[in-house]
Design a protein around this ligand. Structure first.
Ligand SMILES: Nc1ncnc2c1ncn2[C@@H]1O[C@H](COP(=O)(O)OP(=O)(O)OP(=O)(O)O)[C@@H](O)[C@H]1O
Length: 639
């Protein structure tokens, strides 16, 4: 093909009109709200940056004159840093996570926060008291409820003495006056919805608010922002950027697109800059089960290679099987880097599988089944585990490595034993320092009889006041052995712990040795990655491992998704009515992971019914026959 002809057939400018559509919304005199649908690899970040540059170019003098800023909310601190860097740290833009943004707006409203907390704590205490009245005395549940009532009552009675509430975005601030992650989000959503003053502050200070990854932004916040936008149309531009197919957290808003007002602009990006043609065809097919958004691969993209390995569940040595898959892919793609584990991204679709392979299965099993814990467990912010990953683990590692400098630093920075207030009030500061050192070093004694459980570590930390405890752990801080229980097993079974407390109790029985691999997993430095960890990332070679028997799938179900098992009647009706269910969750996960691949993609599914899967995949037209392999051949079959 001649170069001119090639240029004429090029589609790389397909989405250029999007910039115009968005920029038309970003006018300070006539701001308009918009939802930018930006599918996988469509270059969301560049669009966001260009939109921000445009706002600046068109509105900067007026923004400055009015002392206003442009707010950008992104999902992670890493994404904030990247956007700030690309905006050259321009102070016109306020880039933050939703938690920091919420706190920026609500902090200082100490009286309102106090009133809100007062009401909430009173309600919570009343609810627990009602449960206690119905429960059985002496049971674990009763002891936990009493401890909760005591701890909440203490917080309630201390509220009037708090002049100024605090919040630490890292979630480590557990002082009396500190608010936790969830409280900050709920306060913000409730103030935005109910207080006209809060709405005015937001709109006057930030006439433009762009929310990246809007599909995963907490649904109460999304609803509250929609309320503000509705009340301030013509003064405030709300820009949601996202892709409903990539919603992976439970607290994101389902079907956000469908609820947007009719006067919003709804530009759609159609080009996928990342994936090869073959992968774009696959993800379009997967998505076609849900909506009509289809992407195009760039005309200058490579073809790329996809293979689906459908292997029997009972396979003994999965790890060596997966090595053979990589060897096969290396030969097939003529890309020797497939042989190098470090150069392939191995994704498990389900955290459970990674938890099992990496050795933090007890922790994961205990906590992941609780809906309200799941997001925090996976992004590492759950206070129950954060005490262990952020405070105890670094201290234990420093002590085990005999690193006196690191030990001293951790205690100084994180322990209430050396808080500024404690030191100020201490009659003998040197004694205080010595006691803190003894308390820290004493922790290692727990390892003398083998690795302790998380509960044993918690009991020591609480007894020595080594770190502040999050609210949820306080009732568990006194180590209770089963022999101490004063109740009969009949009482226990009639008055069980509630779901969250039972989960915490199970978690505390896990060995502390599970904390290090869990900490590695949530920091994304582990060999195994998952969809949450790879959000927004891309890799040349991607291998996805899927296995229901390892995943234990209370959230996901590959066998059903791939056609090896029938859907239940309720799943069928949920599917047909568009309600979320394990198949739709699995589909979104699968879409996110497949769309990370820049060159080639190997999908490895362990199933009880390989033939049925093959038939279903051919019927769905997701794969061609030669792309589905029921065993790993020694060498690729010549095309
Ligand atoms: N206009 C463009 N021209 C060429 N390459 C682009 C363009 N926009 C983005 N890219 C490249 O395409 C890839 C995907 O972009 P980006 O990561 O911003 O996509 P995304 O929309 O965030 O995708 P996802 O939602 O799947 O994470 C990146 O490698 C990026 O450098």
């Amino acid at each position: 093909m001649m170069p001119e002809a090639a240029a004429n057939n090029s589609n790389v400018t397909l989405d250029e009109h999007i910039e115009e559509e968005i920029s038309a919304c970003l006018d300070l005199e006539r701001p308009k709200s918009f939802f930018l649908y930006a599918g996988a690899g469509s270059g969301k970040t560049s669009s966001l940056i260009r939109a921000l540059e445009f706002i600046k170019q068109k509105n900067l003098p007026r923004l400055r004159l009015r002392g206003q800023q442009v707010a950008v909310v992104t999902y992670t601190n890493a994404a904030c840093d990247e956007i700030l860097r690309r905006l050259k740290f321009d102070p016109t833009f306020h880039v933050s996570t939703i938690h920091s943004f919420a706190w920026k707006l609500i902090s200082g409203f100490n009286k309102d926060i106090r009133d809100w907390l007062h009401k909430r704590l009173e309600n919570e205490i009343r609810e627990i008291q009602e449960l206690e009245a119905k429960g059985r005395p002496g049971t674990k549940a009763s002891l936990t409820r009493q401890a909760q009532i005591e701890s909440k009552s203490r917080r309630l009675s201390g509220l009037s003495g708090i002049k100024k509430f605090t919040y630490s975005p890292t979630g480590d601030n557990k002082e009396r006056d500190a608010l936790n992650h969830a409280e900050v989000i709920e306060l913000f959503a409730s103030f935005l919805t109910e207080k006209k003053l809060m709405q005015s502050i937001l709109v006057n200070q930030f006439p433009f608010l762009l929310v990246d990854e809007s599909q995963d932004t907490n649904k109460r916040i999304v609803d509250a922002l929609l309320t503000v936008q509705g009340a301030h149309t013509g003064k405030f531009s709300l820009g949601f950027i996202g892709d409903t197919m990539q919603r992976i957290y439970n607290d994101g808003k389902e079907r956000i697109e469908e609820e947007l007002p009719a006067d919003w602009a709804k530009p759609v990006k159609r080009l996928n800059h990342r994936c090869p043609r073959r992968v774009v065809r696959l993800i379009n097919q997967i998505r076609s089960q849900v909506d009509s958004h289809a992407q195009e691969a760039r005309s200058d993209s490579i073809d790329g290679i996809v293979r689906l390995f459908v292997l029997p569940t009972g396979e003994d040595n999965k790890s060596s099987m997966e090595d053979s898959v990589r060897a096969y892919m290396a030969e097939l793609t003529r890309d020797a880097d497939w042989q190098d584990r470090q150069k392939c991204k191995i994704l498990t679709l389900e955290h459970h599988m990674a938890a099992r392979r990496m050795g933090f299965e007890t922790i994961f099993e205990a906590l992941a089944s609780v809906d309200t814990f799941r997001t925090g467990l996976l992004d590492g912010s759950l206070p129950v585990t954060r005490l262990f990953t952020a405070n105890v683990l670094p201290l234990v590692s420093a002590l085990q490595n005999n690193d006196k400098f690191a030990t001293a630093r951790i205690v100084r920075e994180s322990s209430p034993l050396l808080s500024a207030e404690r030191l100020k009030n201490a009659t003998d500061q040197r004694n205080q320092l010595r006691n803190a050192k003894i308390a820290a070093e004493g922790l290692l004694k727990l390892w003398q009889q083998g690795t302790p459980t998380c509960g044993e570590v918690l009991a020591y930390v609480a007894e020595q006041h080594l770190f502040d405890l999050p609210e949820a752990l306080k009732p568990f801080a006194i180590h209770r052995s089963d022999d101490e229980a004063q109740s009969s097993s009949d009482d226990e079974s009639r008055d069980p712990l509630d779901e969250a407390d039972a989960a915490i109790e199970k978690f505390l029985l896990a060995s502390f040795s599970e904390i290090a691999p869990y900490a590695q997993y949530i920091s994304n430095t582990a060999e195994f990655g998952t969809h949450q960890g790879v959000k927004g990332l891309e890799f040349d070679r991607v291998m996805v491992l899927m296995d229901d028997t390892e995943a234990r799938g209370f959230m996901f179900g590959y066998e059903k998704f791939f056609g090896a098992k029938e859907l239940s009647a309720s799943e069928l009706s949920n599917e047909s009515e568009g309600r979320d269910n394990s198949v739709s969750r699995t589909r979104r996960l699968f879409y996110v992971t497949c769309s990370r691949a820049k060159k080639s993609l190997a999908l490895v599914l362990y199933t009880s019914a390989p033939e049925a899967v093959k038939m279903q995949m051919l019927r769905n037209e997701w794969f061609d026959e030669h792309e589905i392999l029921l065993a790993v051949p020694d060498h690729p079959i010549p095309a």
